[in-house]
Write a protein that binds this ligand. Structure first.
Ligand SMILES: Nc1nc2c(ncn2[C@@H]2O[C@H](COP(=O)(O)OP(=O)(O)OP(=O)(O)O)[C@@H](O)[C@H]2O)c(=O)[nH]1
Ligand SMILES: [Mg+2]
Length: 308
């Protein structure tokens, strides 16, 4: 056996006989160390970008969260709400509606909305209705521009007082990952399903009923699906029996805006009032003014009248 054939049993590739193929073969074999090097580099880059499963398991200490909140300019005396979720789920529309603002390309104070991928960077919006409340609009995950894998970290979702995970059509695996990560870090998190006006019309069509009577069936199906999903992914004590604490808040953003502005609602109202009340209550619990410490009671000792 010629010397150059000693690698062949290891690689299990017969050495070609013609000169051209022999040269190609040699180049192929020589490139192995570089491939190994590049491959290893690739793994490292992947891990740095959060490609590894370990990165998803990160837990943040309260001290680290406080530090990052300071660095990010969060006013500790305010209530910070992150609206996140998949692209097009209605996040920016919810931010506008909760502030009583209509979606509008002309209104510079409105979060930009649209039927194509719209929000590209996280932005915070003060709520004129509630001066201590800040709503943060985020880009949607799962697009070519926004990787779902890094979303939780890139958007710093662990910094917020409350996280709203929004979905419109179907809850995605990535939404569930956000729920799990929030729970792990002890962040308050709720699920909101938007576009109830469209879903109610769809439910009415599918079940051959009128829209006003589609509500209970649609809400029941959505809640049941959510209960099963949460239990399947390991959430314990999933309680869907408390109407005032829905597993998923089902809303139409136009209704929210009208309620905030004390205008009549045109669509069927489901959980819009509950959602607004919950936001206000959480804000109150978190940033309520501290009561002044009770003063020690003044003990008056009766002064005996001096004897004449
Ligand atoms: N019918 C209906 N349409 C809605 C509702 N909420 C949002 N939309 C529409 O859904 C589309 C997407 O809404 P956006 O608020 O821009 O969604 P987004 O999640 O911010 O989108 P990205 O920033 O691209 O991720 C817009 O055309 C909205 O008008 C709703 O409750 N009902
Ligand atoms: Mg948006």
């Amino acid at each position: 056996m010629p010397r150059s054939n000693t690698l062949i049993p290891f690689l299990c590739i017969p050495r070609p006989q013609t000169n051209l193929f022999r040269n190609l073969y040699t180049a192929y074999i020589m490139s192995f160390p570089f491939k190994l090097f590049l491959g290893f580099g690739g793994v490292l880059v992947g891990a740095q970008q959060g490609g590894s499963n370990e990165a998803k398991e990160d837990k943040f200490s309260p001290a680290q969260i406080r530090k990052e909140r300071d660095e990010s300019g969060f006013d500790p005396s305010c209530f910070h709400v992150c609206v996140c979720g998949s692209a097009g789920s209605g996040k920016s529309s919810l931010v506008n509606a909760a502030r009583g603002i209509k979606n509008s390309k002309e209104d510079a104070s409105a979060a930009p909305t649209g039927t194509t991928e719209t929000t590209r960077e996280r932005a915070s919006y003060a709520n004129p209705r509630r001066p201590k409340q800040f709503l943060y609009d985020t880009p949607g995950h799962g697009t070519q521009a926004v990787s779902a894998q890094r979303y939780y970290y890139d958007q710093k979702i662990y910094l917020f007082d409350l996280v709203i995970v929004m979905y419109g059509e179907r809850l995605r695996e990535d939404d569930v990952e956000i729920l799990k990560a929030c729970r792990k870090n002890g962040t308050e998190v709720i699920l909101v399903r938007s576009k109830s006006d469209g879903h109610l019309a769809g439910y009415a069509e599918d079940n051959d009923v009128e829209i006003p009577s589609a509500g209970p069936g649609y809400v029941g199906e959505t809640t049941q699906e959510m209960k099963e999903t949460l239990e399947r992914v390991g959430f314990e004590n999933v309680d869907a029996s408390q109407p005032e604490k829905p597993l998923v808040y089902i809303v139409c953003t136009e209704n929210i805006r009208n309620i905030v502005n004390h205008q009549p609602t045109r669509r069927e109202v489901i959980h819009e009032r509950l959602l607004l009340a919950m936001l206000d209550k959480m804000e109150y619990m978190l940033v309520r003014p501290m009561k002044p410490a009770a003063k020690a009671p003044v003990v008056r000792t009766p002064v005996k009248a001096a004897k004449a």
